[in-house]
Design a protein around this ligand. Structure first.
Ligand code: GDP
Ligand code: IMO
Ligand code: MG
Length: 429
């Protein structure tokens, strides 16, 4: 009879997919609420890796129904490819995946406009995934967009053509060559396939009906708090509300129905694309984290920038989201480090602060670190947080106290089963 929200607390790729997949059987519904195929959520089950971009991470289990909410933007080609891949692995999708009629469609020209805008920005580019996310959300707020429900209209091609005219006009401002003919053919083919699935729903009614029937919902976030359009490191952000309130907008559920807000954070920090990253380690240590943690983008394959954990940013995320518990991932990546650093404060103009500055893109931030001795042990054999090496336990105790939030889960490897629980999660049935 409640909704829990799970979201990223850093710059994305915190391991949200893995945790959602683990928790999924305990819920009746898993619902994605924002973002689109800029997301790449990795699940590793029985040694096999699956990367989901639009499909919620509950799909690998028999029980929960999976919903793509109104706040998500959908690239039909990517979505059909994802569904086909899942079905080829004998994961049934039909009858288990439903899509909001109000979710907006990413058109081929949105990807062109994304690429053209990035190219025009030159050195100051955002580092977009080039999946057409921003132009699609711009059309949504500009009240021009096409929505999933529109594919049922007899005038769908006309609607498409009218918006494409606008896009062609917009594209003229860029010196950017393109030809969308092939993309368009694939796009319309994918639209036909999606129409044949007959799985479009009024998801706000569906979800609220589930709530009133006493069912439980896990809202799955994409990206991370520091990429939020309002509260992230603007303009180096994505174009949606990645924070907990985004789940209410992106699914049509009331804040009064939300119980737990689970924040996912790595034991260190990564970022892909441009923008400020105060604790970035542009050195051998950063490279070591990248290699051990295999920090390469699940969507674009780009190298992720790596650095130490940023506690001012985490405290900010905890505040904005109302985080009630944290799942910490990738602790195992630090197994061999003699010393681990945690940034507790920033030094700006000689003054110590733990606030995220408005002008974060323009000021010099010197992180103030606190050092912890490494635990120097493989975490493979441990069955609970209580049994973990003492150095790791003291590190976690420090984090919990500094963040004033319990760390209830600790992930010690990419595989589904590598997850330790600290306190029994009462909220999760
Ligand atoms: P998401 O976007 O938040 O779902 O995260 P990604 O899937 O983009 O990136 C997380 C990466 O870390 C993936 O390759 C996961 O398989 C992997 N991963 C998740 N949890 C752990 C963990 O605890 N330890 C290690 N070593 N890898 C993990
Ligand atoms: P998941 O859900 C990490 C980053 C891009 C870029 C910025 C804007 O897997 O955590 P966009 O394509 O949204 O216009 O790009 O946001 N970005 C992500 N970084 N994980 C993601 O998703 C991301 N989605 C977008 O690299 O810096
Ligand atoms: Mg990812």
């Amino acid at each position: 009879m409640f909704v829990d929200i799970l979201l990223g607390l850093q710059w994305g790729d915190e391991g949200k997919g893995k945790i959602v997949d683990y928790l999924a059987p305990q819920y009746d519904v898993i619902a994605r609420f924002q973002g689109g195929p800029n997301a790449g959520h990795t699940l590793v089950i029985d040694g096999e890796k699956t990367v989901l971009h639009t499909v919620p991470s509950g799909i690998m289990h028999g029980k929960p129904v999976n919903i793509i909410g109104n706040g998500v933007v959908i690239d039909p080609v990517t979505l059909v490819r994802e569904i086909t891949t899942l079905e080829s692995k004998n994961i049934p999708v039909k009858g288990r995946l439903f899509i909001s009629k109000k979710a907006h469609l990413i058109l081929p020209m949105h990807k062109v406009l994304d690429a053209a805008s990035e190219a025009a920005k030159g050195q100051s580019k955002i580092g977009s995934t080039l999946r057409g996310i921003t132009p699609t959300y711009m059309d949504k707020t500009g009240r021009n967009g096409l929505r999933m429900g529109d594919i049922l209209s007899s005038d769908f091609k006309g609607m498409y053509q009218r918006i494409k005219e606008k896009h062609l006009h917009l594209a003229k401002q860029y010196d950017f060559a393109f030809d969308v003919t092939e993309e368009e053919n694939k796009w319309f083919e994918a639209i036909e396939t999606l129409r044949s699935y007959e799985n479009l729903i009024d998801s706000e009614y569906y979800l609220n009906d589930m709530i009133s029937k006493g069912k439980t919902i896990l809202a799955e976030g994409a990206q991370g708090t520091m990429l939020d359009i309002d509260f992230g490191t603007y303009p180096f952000v994505t174009s949606s509300n990645t924070i907990s309130s985004g789940a209410c907008n992106g699914l049509g559920i009331s804040p009064t129905k939300v119980k737990e807000v689970i924040g996912i954070a790595k034991a260190y920090c990564t970022r892909v694309g441009g923008g400020p990253f105060p604790t970035e380690l542009d050195n051998e240590t950063g490279e070591r984290i990248r290699q051990i943690g295999f920090e390469f983008g699940a969507t674009t394959g780009r190298k992720r920038r790596c650095g130490w954990i940023d506690l001012p940013a985490l405290r900010y995320g905890i505040m904005i989201n109302g985080i009630t518990q944290i799942a910490m991932t990738k602790a195992d990546v630090l197994n061999d480090f003699d010393q681990i650093e945690a940034c507790t404060h920033y030094k700006i103009d000689g003054k110590q602060t733990d606030a995220i500055p408005y002008d974060i893109n323009d000021v010099q931030i010197d992180p103030v670190y606190r050092s912890f001795p490494g635990w120097k042990q493989d975490l493979g054999g441990y069955g609970s947080v209580e049994e973990l090496p003492e150095n790791l336990r003291s590190y976690l105790t420090f984090l919990e106290s500094h963040l004033a939030t319990p760390i209830t889960m600790l992930s010690t490897g990419p595989e589904r089963e590598k997850l330790l629980f600290k306190n029994k999660l009462e909220a999760i049935a």
